[in-house]
Design a protein around this ligand. Structure first.
Ligand code: HSE
Length: 307
C-alpha cells in the first residue's frame, strides 16, 4: 500500500495573531509513504531543502508517523518516504508543520482505526510546539486557535473572495527556536490591548473582504518589534508593500518571509500585485538582501489524499 498526500504551506502569526491565527497557502509539498521492505526507514527528498533535511527516522514526517502509531497503540513499521517540497525550510512558511501534518495524515491511512482529522491536531501541536501553522495545514482556510486547559479549540474561517497574497522570501533563514528566544516573557497591558482590538478587526476584515482596515489591523506589538531587527529589510518591506497599495503586511510566521494581503475585485495579479512585489524586492535590496516573490492565494482544503 502506498499513500500520497498533498499538504499546504502556511502563514502563522497573521498580523496581531501571534500563536493564534494562521492561513493555508496554495503552495504544496507532496509526500508518498509506504512500509519499507527492510528494518530501516528510508527518506528521499526532492525540491526545496533536498540538501539540508534529514534522511532518516529523525525526519519530522516519520517522527509524526511513529507518534501517531504509538498513540494508536500500534507498533510503527519502518517507513519508506518520498517527499517533494515546494515550501522552503526555515522561511516562515510552515515547512515543519507541513512535514508533521503530512506525516500524520499519511500514516493515519495505515491504521486499522484511523483518527479523525480533528483528532490529528493535538499530536500535530505536540510535535510543533504551537498551533498556528499545523491547524491551517490540517483544515485549510484561515484558522483561529485557542488553548483551553488541555484542549485546543480552533475556528476555521473562509475569507471573502479575492484574497491575494504576495510573499517576499529573503535569502536568509531564521529558525523558529531562535526567533522565539528573542521574545519577552512579559508584555504590557497596553501592548495586549493594542493586539486584541486588531486581532478582532483583522478577523472581521477577512470575513467581509473589507480592505481598508487591513493596514492597521495587521499591526502587531507581540513579536514583530523583537524579530524585525533580526531580518534586515523586513520592516522596510512591510512599509513599502503598503505604500505600493497592499491592504496590509506582516511577518509570515516568525519570518523572514514578509506577507502582503489585498482583496482583488478583478482577476488575480495585475499591476497592483506587480507594484507590491517590486516595492518589497527593492526594500530588501536596499538592505543588501536578495529576495524572491511568490504570488499566491488561500488554500481552502488543508491536507488531502491524492490518487
Ligand atoms: N507562532 C509561531 C512563532 C510561528 O511565532 O513562533 C512560527 O512559524
Amino acid at each position: 500500500m502506498t499513500v500520497k498526500v498533498r499538504v499546504p504551506a502556511t502563514s502563522a502569526n497573521l498580523g496581531p495573531g501571534y500563536d493564534s491565527i494562521g492561513l493555508a497557502l496554495q503552495i504544496y509539498n507532496e509526500l508518498t509513504l509506504s512500509v519499507a521492505e527492510g528494518k530501516q526507514s528510508t527518506v528521499e527528498i526532492t525540491g526545496e531543502g533536498a540538501l539540508s533535511l534529514p534522511r532518516d527516522g529523525s525526519h519530522l514526517s516519520l517522527k509524526a508517523a511513529d507518534l501517531l502509531f504509538e498513540r494508536a497503540g500500534e507498533e510503527p513499521p519502518a517507513w519508506r518516504l518520498h517527499q517533494h517540497n515546494r515550501v522552503p525550510p526555515a522561511s516562515g512558511l510552515g515547512s515543519s508543520a507541513a512535514a508533521i501534518v503530512g506525516g500524520l495524515f499519511a500514516a493515519n491511512a495505515f491504521l486499522p482505526r484511523p483518527f479523525s482529522r480533528e483528532q490529528l491536531l493535538e499530536p500535530a501541536v505536540a510535535l510543533e510546539g504551537h498551533p498556528d501553522n499545523v491547524a491551517p495545514a490540517l483544515f485549510g482556510g484561515a484558522v483561529i486557535c485557542c488553548r483551553n486547559g488541555e484542549r485546543w479549540h480552533t475556528l476555521r474561517l473562509s475569507p471573502a473572495k479575492g484574497l491575494q497574497l504576495q510573499l517576499a522570501l529573503p535569502d536568509l533563514t531564521l529558525s523558529t527556536g531562535e526567533a522565539r528566544r528573542v521574545l519577552p516573557e512579559q508584555i504590557s497591558r497596553s501592548d495586549a490591548v493594542f493586539n486584541l482590538g486588531r486581532a478582532a478587526a483583522l478577523t472581521a476584515a477577512l470575513l467581509t473582504g473589507e480592505e481598508r482596515p487591513l493596514g492597521w489591523a495587521m499591526e502587531d506589538r507581540l513579536h514583530q518589534p523583537y524579530r524585525c531587527p533580526l531580518i534586515p529589510g523586513a520592516a522596510a518591506a512591510m512599509a513599502a508593500a503598503e505604500e505600493a497599495g497592499a491592504g496590509g503586511a506582516a511577518l509570515s510566521g516568525a519570518g523572514p518571509t514578509v506577507i502582503a494581503l489585498s482583496f482583488e475585485r478583478r482577476a488575480a495579479g495585475g499591476s497592483r500585485a506587480d507594484k507590491i512585489a517590486a516595492a518589497m524586492l527593492s526594500a530588501f535590496a536596499d538592505a543588501g538582501v536578495e529576495c524572491r516573490i511568490i504570488s499566491t492565494s488561500i488554500d481552502c482544503s488543508g491536507v488531502i489524499l491524492l490518487d
